[in-house]
Ligand binder design. Structure first.
Ligand SMILES: [Zn+2]
Length: 467
């Protein structure tokens, strides 16, 4: 039985000599110039004729630009990368017109330093060649060393002779594209691959409701809480003081660049700490549950500017700005994105329920009253006297709403998945509904042990459909 086909990215740090790093900067600069000029052309073209310029016409201009006087430096960049920059612009417009994204903005130096090779053709990209362990051959850059960032890419085992050793794989399955990108601590290469994952099996069949908040990042319907390592007050102060030093230094000076680098690396470390915790949380959820119910959040509306407009100035500006920062720091959108794809890979589903009054509704009797919520943490129903942690109550309400059929499926169907997978979901849904009709199931939450044991047992008991 075939598994699920997904796109996966394997990222490694590039080890670059100074002259190669300079070349990377120049290539990224060429791609940025092409992207930004393309954006300008589209704007001007639209203003003059009422029509935009398509990708094909743009690639023709690219040929002209390379031949033009003063733009000879464009020839230094690989032609594919420049074309890809225009393709990216075209995609950005497509997403804008379909309402997915905002209007494309110009790329900026220091923030969008990247270029992409759009195919994994062995003529373009050289990898996994004997005697070239941990190296990648990129057009114009030649063979470049790559750092192993995964434990599975271990060193040569002691009992394998050097000439027999094939070396660690930088990625798995079929290579689709390669992206080189600069981050605060150096350049990284990402291999985007089409990977066939093993059949996820039937999963645990368990459902969970999730409430996202600021005091508790994630509260689960079974009573578990999760706190994300967000940026602390002391860390905000460090960021602010570094930013002040940057502002004080003269523009273009070496010291300013040095402090900027320090600030960038500091922020990167904080972001990585948080993303690590998020990945662990979402992986755990996707292994333990086959269905996750989350409430619909309007992050954009919630974090709308505190200042308001000139006609209607906002109230409590400082407090609102602080809350905005706290909400954005929780990475709710990123949590949802990770949960969606991990549930899809594990054969599960994510459902979204309307969020209206979810924190004021009683999970036991359905009575809605803002008075029910006595404080941030305490929920006591004014109708039936039901007591619960307020966030856990909200998580259960979300699960109940999905069980009643008020929600909608938001995780995508796995492509090339087993036909049996889709058929198992109605029974899972029925299971949620049963759980919802029998409040006792929800009232006595089962505390779970370490997830690893649980998963191992689940794997042992569940049999693949056609194994
Ligand atoms: Zn009640």
């Amino acid at each position: 039985m075939s598994g699920v086909i997904v796109h996966r990215t394997y990222r490694h740090k590039l080890i670059l000599a100074p002259e190669k790093e300079g070349l990377c900067r120049r290539i990224a600069g060429c791609c940025r110039l092409v992207y930004n000029c393309g954006l300008e052309q589209r704007k001007l073209g639209y203003a003059a004729t009422g029509r935009g310029i398509g990708y094909k016409a743009h690639t023709y201009f690219l040929k002209e630009a390379k031949a033009a006087e003063g733009f000879e430096f464009l020839r230094e960049a690989p032609a594919h990368c420049l074309q890809q920059a225009l393709k990216d612009l075209d995609d950005a417009y497509t997403r804008f017109f379909s309402g997915q994204n905002r209007y494309p903005r110009p790329r900026r130096r220091g923030e969008n330093d990247s270029f992409r090779f759009p195919d994994g053709d062995p003529k373009q990209i050289g990898v996994h060649e004997p005697g070239r362990h941990n190296q990648v051959r990129l057009p114009k850059l030649g063979w470049t060393a790559v750092r192993n960032s995964y434990p599975r890419l271990a060193r040569r085992p002691w009992n394998v002779r050097p000439e027999e050793w094939e070396g660690p794989r930088l990625f798995e399955d079929e290579l689709k594209s390669v992206t080189v990108r600069r981050e605060a601590d150096g350049w990284y290469v990402s291999f985007c691959c089409e990977v066939e994952l093993p059949d996820p099996g039937r999963g645990t069949g368990e459902a969970v409701g999730i409430d996202r908040g600021v005091a508790n990042s994630v509260a689960q319907s079974n009573g578990e809480m999760f706190h994300l390592p967000v940026i602390t007050e002391a860390e905000w102060r460090t960021i602010a003081s570094l930013q002040r030093i940057v502002n004080r230094r003269r523009k273009g000076s070496r010291n300013r660049e040095k402090t900027k680098g320090r600030l960038g690396r500091y922020r990167q470390r904080l972001a990585r700490r948080k993303h690590d915790a998020l990945h662990k949380l979402t992986r755990d959820l996707s292994r333990r549950f086959s269905l996750a119910a989350i409430e619909e959040l309007r992050i954009k509306n919630m974090t709308a500017s505190a200042k308001g407009t000139i006609e209607e100035p906002g109230k409590n500006v400082a407090a609102k700005a602080g809350l905005n920062r706290a909400i954005l720091d929780q990475c709710w959108g990123e949590f949802e994105r990770q949960l969606n794809y991990k549930m899809t890979w594990a054969g599960g589903e994510v459902w979204e329920a309307p969020a209206r009054n979810s924190s004021n509704e009683c999970e036991a009797c359905g009575y809605v009253d803002p008075e029910n919520r006595e404080s941030q943490a305490v929920f006591v129903c004014k109708s039936c006297g039901h007591e619960r942690h307020a966030d856990v109550n909200a998580a259960n309400v979300v699960l109940l709403r999905v069980g009643r059929g008020e929600g909608k499926l938001i995780s995508s169907k796995p492509s090339g998945g087993t036909p049996g997978r889709g058929e198992t979901t109605p029974s899972q849904r029925a299971k949620v509904r049963n759980a919802c009709e029998d409040p006792a199931v929800l009232k006595t939450p089962e505390r779970r042990g370490p997830s690893r044991k649980r998963t191992a047992r689940a794997q042992a008991t569940s049999t693949p459909l056609a194994a």
